[in-house]
Design a protein around this ligand. Structure first.
Ligand SMILES: Cc1cc2nc3c(=O)[nH]c(=O)nc-3n(C[C@H](O)[C@H](O)[C@H](O)COP(=O)(O)OP(=O)(O)OC[C@H]3O[C@@H](n4cnc5c(N)ncnc54)[C@H](O)[C@@H]3O)c2cc1C
Ligand code: SF4
Length: 613
């Protein structure tokens, strides 16, 4: 089974999966491995990282030396196709400022404290083609936040339920890192993680400075192959009962090379050394012969029968603009948190006038992002350093996990949840924007002196970003806009957003801490710390970790899904993306999305075997 046009679908499938990113890729992979016949529908175009990634193009190959533009917000070579903060023909609606007017979100210049920024990509593999690949497990505390501080919502599962699935996903995709045994920062099982790369000069300097402040600095966890995978044993461990999947996975693992530490991961990886759904999940799933994929297929609605069971989905074939219907025994939405909520709210058969699976009224509710605030510094001790080898990933080798759980539990902090710190620096390949910030330091020098200044200062800047947990609140949600439709005739989302004091105080604390770290490194901050949390915090959505909107729970009256991502109202309907999250720990969400999707899909397979769905 392969990539097919919409006209070539089978009359019936076992399962339809909507979306091909982290969640859709993981879900289809597990289903195909179990021999189930799957149809995947993806709104974006077909995309092949092996032939399409400009791994080695230097910036002079790009317009404007590759700097960010409004249609390429992460620079010309970024892997995103057909998307970004804007998707052509697919608007969404936000509030502008404190006003009550609803406006179409245009670009990144609109953000205010009440706006939400929504990043989407329209391509096979979704955002996995260019994600940062930071892959941190949520810890025991993170699944039961309400039990700890009385705020927010507890997950209907705990760390022990997900731990085996974290191991499986880490083995499958390949994650480097180390086990440090720190509080609420779980270890992986022995032998699961790949060795972390060595820290670089600025990372060692930050570690030394943080030691004085009592802040741990440990190897980061990143979905990059620091060495080749054990293709002889991992497939047998992951799929003991499926020789076909063992073979498919072995063959795919053989094609994945170890990282060469030389290029930018946000462009994607043509040697398959980092995780992309397009190089890790989809090839072995396709090789089993159990997966059909239709690209350029924009799903608009789930169809249901008179008994209220899902029968399939309607989608717009973007090439012909024809409306099509495909049927299956089970429908899995994995279109990303807000998109899956949009599909449910746009599905309004007679039995479900307020949207499918929405008897609780919670579809769209509890939208969350990660709290973000950042600061950069210049570190004189790094000036005029001789050329030295700074090989490594284009992303961080070290990071700072949250270190004040005990102070928070003792009520000594003025905000309830933690944050970790990500940081970057060094002398990576410069781009068009690299030298612009150094003008202030060069003081208007020219000619030979200017060159000397650039050599002196290049590589002396270090940037830090706090990434914190948000407590879900009633002011943050999405709903269908009553008037606006996208170019496919599908009603669009509008977003309500408001950070609470918890997040604003946390952002102010980040500023204070980041300034202390820079100063402890002997550096100077490039701008003074912003201690007004409202100004320190990034706009909602801008960290691109949106989760929530189809929350899981134990009670159908106040949740959309059960702990296995199955809709309470429609037994053969599942949502496996970030939508089911009821909290958004400081740990970046994608590893948990994949682990949770694998667990949910195992349950779905079991229910199918038992004949329950
Ligand atoms: C620049 C950047 C850096 C990031 N860094 C990190 C990081 O370091 N760590 C981390 O944990 N997370 C990171 N993320 C977030 C991460 O990318 C997402 O959490 C993850 O991709 C979500 O997976 P998903 O499958 O839910 O959505 P996606 O990966 O976005 O996939 C959804 C897919 O569904 C398709 N789709 C949507 N609507 C429809 C429809 N109606 N019909 C059919 N198909 C549809 C989309 O086209 C898309 O291909 C980053 C994101 C970005 C953009
Ligand atoms: S740094 Fe490594 S993983 Fe990233 S794109 Fe380059 S080779 Fe691939």
């Amino acid at each position: 089974m392969p990539f097919i046009p919409g006209s070539k679908t089978k009359p019936d499938y076992d399962v339809i999966v909507v979306g091909s990113g982290a969640a859709g890729g993981q879900t289809a992979y597990v289903l195909a491995a179990a021999g189930v016949k799957v149809l995947m529908l993806e709104a974006g175009r077909r995309y092949d990282p092996v032939s399409e990634t400009p791994m080695f193009n230097t910036t002079h190959y790009a317009p404007l030396r590759g700097v960010a533009t409004s249609d390429k917000p992460f620079g010309f070579f970024d892997a995103t196709v057909g998307g970004g903060w804007r998707v052509p023909g697919e608007p969404y609606v936000v509030k502008r400022g404190a006003a009550t007017t609803w406006v179409e979100a245009q670009d990144t210049s609109f953000p205010t404290e009440q706006s939400f920024m929504w990043w989407r990509s329209r391509m096979l593999g979704g955002r996995t083609n260019h994600w940062g690949r930071f892959s941190f497990r949520m810890g025991e505390y993170d699944f039961k936040p309400r039990q700890r501080d009385g705020l927010g919502i507890d997950w209907p599962l705990d760390y022990r339920d997900l731990a085996p699935y974290y191991d499986k996903v880490e083995r499958l995709i390949g994650v480097f890192g180390s086990n440090e045994g720190l509080e609420n920062t779980p270890n992986s099982s022995p032998g699961v993680l790949l060795p972390p790369p060595k820290p670089r000069a600025y990372e060692l300097l930050a570690k030394k400075a943080c030691a004085q402040l009592g802040i741990p600095v440990i190897p980061s966890h990143v979905a990059i192959l620091s060495q080749r995978q054990d293709h002889q044993n991992i497939p047998k461990m992951l799929h003991p009962d499926s020789p076909a999947m063992q073979k498919a996975l072995t063959e795919n693992m053989k094609t994945r090379l170890a990282c060469m530490w030389a290029t930018s991961c946000t462009r994607g990886c043509s040697i398959k050394a980092n995780h992309q759904s397009t190089t890790v999940h989809l090839p072995p799933a396709l090789a089993t012969g159990n997966l059909d994929i239709i690209t350029d297929a924009m799903v608009r609605e789930v169809s249901v029968d008179e008994a209220g069971r899902a029968t399939g989905v309607y989608y717009v074939d973007k090439e012909s603009r024809q409306d099509r219907h495909v049927k299956a025994r089970v429908v899995v939405l994995a279109a990303s948190g807000c998109e899956s909520a949009r599909i449910l709210l746009n599905s309004k058969p007679a039995q479900f006038r307020d949207g499918l699976a929405n008897s609780s009224g919670k579809v769209g509710r509890y939208l969350m992002d990660t709290v973000g605030s950042s600061m950069s510094g210049q570190i004189p001790i790094l000036e005029n350093a001789p050329p030295y080898n700074e090989d490594g990933a284009s992303t961080m080798h070290m990071y700072m996990p949250w270190w004040k759980y005990q102070e928070q539990a003792a009520g000594k902090m003025d905000f309830p949840r933690g944050y970790h710190i990500e940081f970057s620096g060094g002398r990576a390949m410069p781009d068009g924007a690299t030298f612009s910030g150094m003008g202030d330091f060069a003081g208007g020098s020219y000619g030979k002196k200017f060159k000397e200044d650039m050599r002196r200062y290049y590589g002396t800047f270090v940037s830090f970003g706090g990434r914190g947990e948000m407590v879900p609140n009633d002011d943050c949600y999405c709903e269908i806009d009553p008037a606006k439709k996208d170019t496919w005739g599908i009603p669009v989302l509008r977003f309500h957003w408001k950070w609470s004091e918890h997040e604003e105080r946390q952002a102010a604390h980040m500023q204070k801490t980041l300034a202390e770290i820079i100063e402890s490194m002997g550096g100077r901050v490039l701008s003074p710390p912003q201690l007004d949390g409202k100004k320190a915090i990034y706009p909602g959505g801008s960290i691109i970790h949106e989760v929530g909107t189809t929350c899981m729970g134990t009670d159908p009256k106040n949740s959309v899904l059960n702990q296995f991502c199955q809709a309470w109202d429609v037994k053969n309907l599942f949502v496996t993306d970030g939508g089911p999250f009821v909290s958004n720990a400081d740990k970046n969400p994608t590893l948990t999305i994949m682990a949770n999707a694998w667990r949910a899909t195992d349950y779905l397979l079991e229910e199918m075997r038992k004949g329950n769905i």
